[in-house]
Design a protein around this ligand. Structure first.
Ligand code: FAD
Ligand code: NAP
Length: 548
């Protein structure tokens, strides 16, 4: 690292929804801010993931900013679940409206960040040769922005076209007449397969784990619905923040095992019709804590698959049996199961015939070789920790974040990690993040961070750092809450199980959004309890115990 060439108050890494809002709030505080973004423009997730069928699975009107009532009034979504291009247009509108591109340098990846202890500042380096010194760093790097490195042999030798859903070409791809193989049946695969099948000559779906997916029942939004929401936007937003997952769903009251089969079937039927991510799991109180209860919901979904898919063998192979419903991120789809009734779609069950690797001509399993013109990898992300560990962060005493998190991420509230002063994580591990509507989580984190920085400035404080004790307590709490649920039983990306060698730790906080924000608010209210704050005037650190 060379000497910094410029000093700013804050560096914001990333220009997705989180980064943009961080710019807005920090600028409001009067801070000088430098933003860096690896992509060529704003949008984050919605800039990168342009595969056919990409759309949100939290309703558009909820999956948008709430910080500006004017913005809410002037923007109108066209569909219940907006497509990627529409979401990107929205991000563009927000960036323009609030002049948020001004301080962001695009096509620039932060490659190293070092805490300069004597100066009490971060020294940030980029792949474009920038060297900047900042008092604060806000990591708006996203939970799902680092594609998982391919763990499949032979891809370089493939003579056809290789595509990744997470890096889809901006000019689009014409798959007409092509033999396409899709590897992966998470949300990206499930959203794209039906549309790829409409275009390609043939689609071979390579499925390792069948996923639970529910019909989205997407539709255009009518003017009346939009007006009704806009008229009650403030109350609705508050209800979202007060809800467990950042979306308004009626709370369940009884156990799935306390009612008879008919009542349960009726309830699941209503949830299935709702076309939302959370309705099924919110049907009963115990679906995520009791396997027997969960089995009733899982079996309901499997029965729906059998209803739709003509070939009973294909239906069975599409039926998830290796994890309880909701313990891997479920999906919302349009025509996913029906796609397997098409003549030009073949399902390859990699559990029955494991994948051997990619060959020059296609994909080989232990049973046969499939000749392909195009392979689409919908193989997911090194989620939550990946983007942070790839930024080369080194904290106090020269300790690298990768070293500190070798056995899994450790944070206080998912916002800070001890030994890395003035470094703020947005929707970091240990916060509700990916378990909830992420727009709600992002706004709450950015607001908390901005308030914290305002507090530090008002106090004349130089730096803030989570105490190891507070962090230990929080990590213990996060793990304790998760261990009371079925989540750790599934090999999910929430557990880090999708990346070979990654520590298996349930990363997000499952205690519920209101419970979490209650703790965050109390911490701030109690002069940032669990943090040590160093004030320039005295040169001393003050700290209050987390559980005070
Ligand atoms: P991102 O949008 O991921 O932005 C992070 C940015 O940081 C990226 O642009 C990246 O290039 C940049 N970056 C990272 N590291 C560096 C670095 N070292 N240097 C410079 N730049 C860097 N969530 C929901 O709640 N509802 C949904 O419907 C939903 N749909 C999704 C659909 C897809 C296809 C995917 C992949 C995710 C979806 N998510 C959804 C999760 C989604 O990631 C969040 O909702 C939200 O967009 C995250 O915003 P963000 O700004 O935190 O991160
Ligand atoms: P994902 O859920 O991690 O799915 C990856 C898929 O690839 C899985 O089916 C996985 O199988 C398979 N896979 C990975 N490596 C493989 C290998 N070596 N061989 C064979 N199969 C392999 O990733 P994603 O679909 O991109 O979704 C990630 C998250 O992004 C979602 O959970 C969601 O939070 C978000 N997202 C949301 C939407 C939306 O609907 N709005 C759309 C896309 C993404 P295993 O399960 O066996 O590991």
């Amino acid at each position: 690292m060379t000497e910094p060439r410029r000093e700013v108050d804050a560096v914001v890494v990333g220009a997705g929804f989180a980064g943009l809002y961080a710019h807005y709030r920090l600028r409001e505080l009067g801070l000088s801010v430098q933003g860096y973004e690896a992509a060529a423009d704003v949008g984050g997730t919605w800039w990168w993931n342009r595969y056919p069928g990409a759309r949100c699975d939290v309703e558009s009107m909820d999956y948008s900013y709430s910080f500006s009532p004017e913005l809410e009034r002037e923007w109108t979504w066209s569909e219940r679940y907006a497509t990627q291009p529409e979401i990107l247009r929205y991000v563009d509108h927000v960036a323009e409206r609030f002049d948020l591109r001004r301080d962001i340098q695009f096509d620039t990846r932060v490659t190293a960040m070092r805490w300069d202890e004597p100066a009490e500042r971060w020294h940030v380096s980029t792949d474009q040769g920038d060297e900047v010194s900042a008092q604060f760093c806000v990591m708006a790097t996203g939970c799902l922005s680092a594609p998982k490195e391919l763990d499949i042999e032979g891809v370089d030798a493939f003579e056809g076209t290789v595509l990744f859903t997470s890096r889809w070409p901006h000019e689009g791809v014409d798959l007409t007449g092509q033999r396409v193989g899709v590897v992966g049946t998470g949300s990206s695969g499930i959203q794209s397969i039906p549309l790829i099948a409409e275009q390609a000559a043939h689609v071979t779906v390579f499925q390792r784990t069948p996923n639970f997916t529910m019909p989205a029942r997407n539709a255009p939004l009518d003017a009346e619905t939009v007006q009704a929401r806009k008229a009650h936007a403030r109350e609705h937003r508050q209800a979202m923040r007060d809800s467990r997952a950042g979306v308004v769903v009626a709370n369940p009251e009884v156990s799935a095992l306390s009612v008879d089969d008919d009542e349960r079937a009726a309830r699941y039927g209503t949830a299935w019709e709702a076309g939302t991510l959370y309705a099924m799991i919110a049907s009963y109180t115990d679906l995520l804590v009791n396997k027997e209860a969960n089995d009733t919901a899982a079996e309901f979904v499997r029965s729906r698959i059998r209803d739709v898919v003509d070939d009973p063998d294909v239906a069975e192979r599409l039926s998830p049996r290796s994890h309880p419903l909701g313990t891997k991120r479920p999906c919302l789809d349009t025509n996913y199961y029906a796609t397997f009734n098409r003549d030009n779609v073949t399902l390859v069950d990699l559990r029955a015939t494991p994948l051997v690797g990619v060959t020059p001509a296609g994909i080989r399993t232990e049973a046969t070789e499939y000749e392909l013109d195009v392979i689409v990898f919908a193989t997911g992300f090194d989620a939550m920790t990946g983007p942070l560990l790839r930024a080369g962060i080194v904290g106090a005493h020269g300790v690298a974040l990768a070293e500190k998190w070798a056995a899994g991420p450790r944070t206080y509230l998912g916002i800070a990690t001890a030994g890395f002063p003035n470094l703020f994580l947005i929707t970091g591990p240990g916060s509700p993040s990916v378990l909830v509507n992420m727009m709600v989580a992002i706004e709450q984190h950015v607001d908390w961070i901005a308030d914290c920085i305002a507090y530090l400035r008002a106090e004349g404080a130089e730096s803030i750092d989570a105490t190891p004790e507070a962090e230990d307590e929080w990590v213990e709490h996060v793990n304790a809450v998760a261990s009371r649920t079925l989540f750790p039983t599934a090999a999910s990306w929430w557990m880090g199980a999708n990346v070979p060698g990654k520590p298996r730790v349930f990363m997000p906080y499952i205690g519920g959004f209101p419970q979490y924000t209650g703790v965050c608010d109390a911490v701030a209210h109690d002069d940032y309890r669990g943090f040590s704050v160093r004030r320039a005037s005295t040169g001393e650190r003050s700290a209050t115990a987390a559980s005070a």
